[in-house]
Write a protein that binds this ligand. Structure first.
Ligand SMILES: [Zn+2]
Length: 350
């Protein structure tokens, strides 16, 4: 084995329900969405805070860290998305391993990326999965809310297809052919894509940037997303840069890529679970109670029936939620503080 896997499991709780999963059918690739947060930083967060969301494995430049046993459920994709069921006939939380890439801050991305690629190949081998079919991005399963792991990969000039190609090559070389990884010519080539992209570049990553420009409203009427960085693309990049206050140089580097992600992310609907701003308690009824119940169910604090009645079950769910945060009074009453933390988990989830 080329890399060590560290198994340091978090305590059972909301993040680790401790229930067995089904046969593993696929892998869901994530990034933490949080620049600079390390594998152990994430482990400590999930162990201490125990939000109702998690993933099996966090990978940075030092650790491949499994925080939940691979034969147990982790909540890394919202239950109510149906893309996983359509594609794999199963719910990701029951039938997929969730893998998180750590990046940014002081993390050496090259090292982090190599481990991330290697670990995907390891999972393909361990669970007998198909490299062409059984790896899926979180953003593919939940496109309205998620941009990972492309959001992280693209900051470093790696397209999703390049990542898949790197995994496949590593899988083939190391796990199928049994060869040693060659330090001089590493199987991982993705990081060799050079930023910034500029006029004259071509390839899959150029095509993806072009698609993003078009989605962001900067049309390429003549050539479209053809994978060739020509004058039309350069002009569109400069228009984009001017619009968003970036240096207008027609080069696509990290700043332009992050801003593109931000712009595309910001245009997506986020508030699927509106939360009332007032105070609600046992005995209250109505639409606002129903909103709270839906949100609690979404973050896996089952409030019983979604009936708009704040009865004992709803109160109990609120109390169980509050007990996971030291900052919250454990009173079963929904108010501004509880709202803030529920909101946070809705955003965090996955
Ligand atoms: Zn994710």
């Amino acid at each position: 084995m080329r890399y060590d896997i560290t198994r340091d499991y978090i305590d059972k709780g909301n993040s680790r329900p401790g229930t067995a999963n089904n046969t593993i059918r696929f892998i869901v690739s994530h990034d933490t969405g949080n620049a600079g947060s390390t594998a152990y930083g994430n482990r400590n967060y999930f162990n201490n805070v125990q939000p109702s969301a998690s993933a099996h494995t966090f990978i940075d430049d030092r650790y491949i860290l499994e925080i939940i046993p691979l034969d147990e459920v982790a909540y890394h994709v919202r239950n109510n998305v149906s893309t996983d069921n359509r594609r794999y006939g199963a719910d990701a939380n029951n039938a997929a391993i969730g893998v998180e890439l750590c990046w940014g801050g002081n993390i050496n991305f090259n090292e982090s990326y190599k481990r991330y690629v290697w670990y995907h190949a390891y999972l393909l081998d361990r669970f007998g999965l198909d490299p062409d079919e059984d790896i899926v991005a979180h953003s593919t399963l939940d496109p309205e809310r998620r941009t990972d792991p492309q959001n992280a990969l693209r900051r470093y000039g790696i397209s999703w297809n390049q990542f898949l190609a790197d995994v496949k090559e590593t899988y083939q070389t190391i796990f199928v052919n049994g060869q040693e990884m060659d330090e001089e010519q590493p199987a991982v080539k993705g990081v060799s894509v050079e930023l910034p992209l500029r006029e004259g570049d071509r390839g899959q990553f150029v095509r993806e940037v072009q698609q993003d420009l078009i989605r962001a409203g900067f049309a390429l009427p003549r050539y479209g997303a053809d994978g060739v960085f020509g004058e039309e693309t350069e002009t569109a990049v400069m228009r984009f840069q001017r619009r968003y206050g970036l240096v207008v140089d027609g080069l696509v580097g990290q700043n332009t890529l992050s801003k593109l992600n931000e712009v595309l992310g910001a245009s997506q609907p986020k508030n699927e679970f509106p939360l009332p701003t007032g105070i609600l308690r046992q005995g209250d009824e109505g639409t606002e109670v129903r909103q709270v119940q839906r949100a609690l169910q979404q973050i896996n604090f089952n409030p019983g029936a979604i009936d708009g009645i704040y009865g004992p079950n709803t109160e109990d769910a609120v109390r169980r939620f509050q007990s996971t945060y030291a900052a919250l009074a454990n009173d079963g009453i929904y108010g501004p503080n509880t709202r803030k933390y529920i909101q946070m988990e809705l955003v965090d989830q996955g």
